[in-house]
Write a protein of this length. Structure first.
Length: 225
């Protein structure tokens, strides 16, 4: 990849931020995390909305200290185009990648993220009917992904693309944070996660982004600004 410098606004518990962090690492980019104190309300402050992201979300990718890119699918597409890595080839494959990325955002990580947040950090705890509804949707949507991966090593075929990097994000967080084991329930997904872990540059979200253990802004023993 080019010598462009990237700063990623993120925190360790964010699966959407992990998509960007993982892509940066897999591409061999020159990047650094910038801790966002989500759990103490930083993304809801007027300063954050005015100066970082009007949507009040991470990830935010800062390119060369100038260009800001938000929303994980847009960041993944940008990095793939810039690096030439994990890039869908041709219009048909790019549309297929976007199809799975939209499915991920809406139906896979779109349910896994809220379920995990409600289970671990929401106060007061939600009514069990809420988590039961989300769990039912999660099971059904992961079954669709598992069936797809029974046919090929990666979502689009024989090689990984940004569709895989998007889809895998929340699935690398510890199973105890969910209370169920995705790998045990979905064998094809488990084998696919192992293939992604074998990619050069792969790292766990808690090793790539600051904020773990919960309540800190540390990464590998260093304070992250």
């Amino acid at each position: 990849m080019t010598t462009t410098d990237f700063t990623l606004y993120c925190f360790a518990q964010s699966g959407n931020a992990y998509k960007a962090a993982l892509m940066l690492n897999l591409c061999g980019a020159n990047w650094a995390p910038r801790f966002v104190d989500f759990f103490n309300g930083e993304t809801r402050t007027p300063e954050c909305r005015a100066n970082i992201n009007e949507m009040g979300e991470v990830p935010v990718l800062l390119v060369d200290g100038k260009k800001k890119i938000t929303q994980s699918p847009v960041i993944l597409d940008y990095l793939a185009r810039q690096s030439g890595k994990y890039l869908p080839q041709g219009d048909d494959e790019r549309m297929e990648a976007m199809r799975w990325m939209f499915f991920d955002v809406q139906k896979v990580n779109g349910f896994l993220g809220p379920y995990r947040f409600l289970k671990n950090w929401a106060k007061p705890a939600p009514h069990e009917s809420v988590t039961a509804f989300l769990k039912g949707r999660i099971d059904g949507n992961l079954a669709i992904v598992n069936k797809r991966l029974e046919k090929a090593p990666f979502l689009l075929g024989d090689r990984p693309t940004i569709a895989d990097i998007s889809m895998c994000a929340y699935l690398f967080f510890p199973p105890e944070e969910y209370g169920f084991d995705v790998r045990k329930d979905h064998p094809a997904i488990s084998a696919w996660l192992d293939r992604i872990k074998a990619l050069p540059g792969w790292a766990h979200p808690y090793d790539l982004m600051p904020g773990h253990p919960f309540g800190t802004n540390l990464l590998n023993g260093r304070t992250i600004s």
